[in-house]
Write a protein that binds this ligand. Structure first.
Ligand SMILES: Cc1cc2nc3c(=O)[nH]c(=O)nc-3n(C[C@H](O)[C@H](O)[C@H](O)COP(=O)(O)OP(=O)(O)OC[C@H]3O[C@@H](n4cnc5c(N)ncnc54)[C@H](O)[C@@H]3O)c2cc1C
Length: 292
């Protein structure tokens, strides 16, 4: 196989938005879907497989990830728009999709604008904000398995809830999705996008490495409010800190380790449970091994 990027013992630090974590045994960045299929069909790659997009919702531990990490961002990059449907490959950023949809006068996709991940990550997480969620608009998806086979799956084959998606088969990953956004020539999606982005700037610590909301909001309340009420804003371990601007965000002040961040996560959980009797659930996915 030629021109394929396969790296050994590659630090994952630059592949996630917290800028922490150890190395992947093997890291593969496909060029496109064909490359990805060929790799899975023909290479004797190390298992298990871990798919990541922009790494904006993961905490990679300092000991790194065993097996093969596949980076989808900027790899599977095609968008196909017809009159009544939009097909998007999994490596495209949510921001790019929001812009493209707005340009083509589709409404509903504005919420994607400020989510700093890929469509694959958004499908895996059912990402959302401002009253919308990814799977509200999905009709079907293309999945790939460990042998490089593609399967078309309908929405009703998945169990979907708030920030959680259970796939029909564990060892399948998203390569693209069809969305049923509707066209409205009169809608002003661009203004809505600007408004959403300004709101984020005002309320989120966007100048720091972070993975956004660390915990899901419990029923009828907000994780950030609970964390703030427990007096944890500014709580620090090593070079990681609970943001003063948004208490559900943990920021890397520079050279934090994954262990610093995970210690804060553990501390928040135990304090919120001790003081409020509420068990917070993690939204960020913790991957890999502790440093031995
Ligand atoms: C500043 C900031 C603001 C944020 N705001 C929001 C918000 O408003 N709403 C929201 O929901 N989230 C938000 N997030 C979290 C994050 O951006 C979203 O969850 C995003 O959709 C994750 O996409 P990603 O490509 O970065 O996924 P990654 O972080 O790379 O991966 C997340 C999970 O998805 C899996 N995954 C990734 N790609 C695939 C694939 N192709 N197939 C199968 N599984 C895959 C990974 O294995 C992992 O388990 C925010 C994060 C930051 C840093």
């Amino acid at each position: 196989m030629k021109n394929i990027l396969i790296l050994k013992n590659e630090s994952l630090n630059k592949y996630n938005s917290w800028r922490v974590g150890g190395a992947a045994d093997t890291l593969f960045v496909p060029k496109n879907l064909e490359d990805l299929k060929n790799f899975l069909k023909k290479e004797q790659y190390l298992k298990p497989l871990t798919f990541i997009g922009l790494g904006s919702n993961i905490l990679v531990r300092d000991g790194g990830i065993r097996g093969t990490v596949i980076v989808m961002y900027a790899a599977l990059n095609e968008i196909h728009i017809t009159d009544d449907s939009v097909y998007v490959e999994a490596g495209i950023s949510c921001a790019k999709i929001a812009k493209n949809l707005a340009k083509e006068h589709f409404v509903g996709g504005e919420f994607f604008a400020g989510i700093p991940g890929t469509i694959g990550g958004a499908l895996a997480m059912n990402s959302g904000c401002y009253g919308s969620e990814t799977w509200n608009y999905v009709t079907k998806v293309n999945m790939i398995d460990e042998e490089g086979n593609i399967a078309l799956r309908l929405k009703n084959e998945f169990s979907i809830s708030y920030r959680e998606v259970v796939k029909p088969k564990f060892n399948e990953w998203f390569v693209g999705a069809w969305f049923n956004f509707k066209r409205d020539i009169l809608a002003d999606s661009e203004s809505k996008i600007k408004e959403y982005l300004n709101h984020r700037k005002r309320t989120q610590p966007l100048n720091w490495p972070t993975a956004g909301s660390t915990f899901r909001n419990p029923k009828d309340t907000f994780a950030a409010q609970l964390i703030e009420e427990c007096g944890l804003k500014g709580f620090r371990v090593g070079n990681a800190e609970v943001s003063d601007k948004h208490a559900n965000f943990i920021i890397n002040l520079g050279d934090a380790t994954a262990k610093d961040i995970e210690s804060i996560i553990d501390h928040i959980e135990s304090e919120v449970f001790r003081k409020k009797g509420i068990k917070l659930e993690r939204e960020v996915k913790i991957l890999g091994d502790f440093l031995s």
